[in-house]
Design a protein around this ligand. Structure first.
Ligand SMILES: CC(C)(COP(=O)(O)OP(=O)(O)OC[C@H]1O[C@@H](n2cnc3c(N)ncnc32)[C@H](O)[C@@H]1OP(=O)(O)O)[C@@H](O)C(=O)NCCC(=O)NCCSC(=O)C[C@H](O)C(=O)O
Ligand SMILES: [Mg+2]
Length: 357
């Protein structure tokens, strides 16, 4: 671990100074596309304005014999496209693969000025982040970049979950973390073959009703396989000033299941999720934007609380310093999203006006 004094020094001569705070930019959906897939690549100009983050994926889901084509495709697309306010991210191949080094070198030197974040898969500990950190500093210096490329870790190995706090704290370059439920399930030897979401076998069953005969029905309730990991990830991220995300939901047709999984993550503290297919973009936008009535309520509490100390009653509910802070989280997020999304800004203003009547 670097000393506190050295933590914000560039790791290579000529590299830009590390950021002191992770800039909070809307990132409700990180939209994955394969830059080597011509049909998907053709959709980039029309999808870019609709998403907060566009991610050129080079890792899993890109066939081994198309890795170079995907990398070259991303360079071409990044050069040809004006992304406006939309962030451009990439997911490079895992650090033990034959492609990771060239992914970082090529993208950093060719399009590093346009690349906001590099997502690193299968991160197992701080050592993986330290490796990428130094390498990116060297690449930034070589390419003459003036802004550091940030790093996002995927939490998708048992070792990574065990080391989640040290990963979150490993570098000022750390932007955030996503859950990778499919690889994590394999790493843990879990017995689900789904990409995220629940499993009907993972449940609790009500006790038998008193006096009910043998075989009487006992309701069951499906449980969330990912609650523990998401909660650990959220705590590690919040404690280190970086952002937590739910990852992928692989059942593209199950839009209800996807929305539920995303909402659980939102309520637990995540700021976004991955969209794997265009149909998931609006789900993420809806879920990771606070509801207008919640924003109106938060603004009402903030207004009633004045300097934020003491206690007041609003509609029979006690409000104090802590609820003031909870409401600031919701109202602050709404303000940031409204600045990017005029439709949302209108809905928030209308609900706030309505609540004030
Ligand atoms: C899942 C898909 C393979 C489905 O593709 P397809 O069968 O082509 O679906 P549709 O026919 O419904 O597609 C309709 C049109 O939309 C285009 N399309 C599809 N997906 C995208 C996209 N992501 N971005 C842009 N455009 C997209 C299709 O080309 C069709 O176009 P057209 O024919 O012209 O109308 C596919 O969606 C897909 O490959 N998605 C990305 C998958 C991916 O990135 N997977 C990796 C992330 S998840 C992961 O890695 C697991 C994680 O790490 C963990 O461990 O948990
Ligand atoms: Mg994975």
């Amino acid at each position: 671990m670097r000393s506190a004094k050295d933590f914000f020094r560039p790791l290579a001569v000529g590299a830009p100074a590390p950021v002191r705070d992770v800039p909070f930019r809307p990132s409700r959906m990180i939209h994955f596309f394969d830059p080597g897939n011509e049909k998907m690549a053709a959709k980039v100009p029309s999808i870019a304005p609709k998403v907060d983050v566009l991610l050129g994926n080079l890792e899993d889901a890109v066939p081994a014999d198309r890795k170079e084509a995907a990398r070259a495709g991303l360079v071409k697309i990044a050069r040809a496209t004006d992304f406006g306010d939309t962030q451009l991210w990439t997911r490079v191949n895992s650090l033990d693969s034959p492609w990771a080094l060239d992914d970082l070198l090529t993208l950093g030197t060719e399009i590093g000025g346009k690349l906001d974040v590099v997502m690193v898969p299968k991160v197992e500990g701080a050592h993986d982040i330290h490796y990428v950190d130094r390498l990116l500093a060297q690449i930034e210096a070589k390419a003459g970049l003036t802004r550091p490329i940030l790093v996002h870790a995927i939490l998708e190995t048992a070792a990574g979950v065990g080391n989640v706090e040290e990963i979150a704290a490993a570098s000022p370059r750390m932007q955030g973390m996503s859950l990778g439920p499919a690889d994590l399930a394999a790493s843990r030897r879990m017995k689900t073959t789904r990409v995220g979401g629940g499993h009907p076998g993972y449940l609790v069953r009500e006790d038998p009703a008193p006096g009910a005969g043998e075989g009487a029905p006992r309701p069951t309730y499906q449980q969330d396989l990912w609650h523990y990991t998401i909660a650990r990830m959220v705590d590690a991220c919040a404690a280190n000033g970086i952002l937590p995300y739910y990852g992928p939901f692989g059942d593209i047709q199950d839009v209800t299941g996807c929305e539920d999984q995303f909402r659980n993550a939102f309520l637990l503290g995540c700021v976004g999720a991955w969209s794997l297919h265009p149909v998931q973009i609006d789900i993420a936008k809806r879920v990771f934007s606070p509801a207008p009535e919640d924003v109106a309520w938060a603004r009402r509490v903030i207004a009633a609380m004045g300097d934020g100390t003491g206690a007041v009653m609003i509609d029979g509910k006690m409000q104090d310093d802590a609820t003031y802070k909870q409401c600031q989280v919701v109202a602050g997020l709404a303000d940031t999203l409204a600045a990017r999304d005029p439709e949302l800004a209108g809905a928030y203003a209308a609900a706030t006006e309505e609540a004030a009547r």
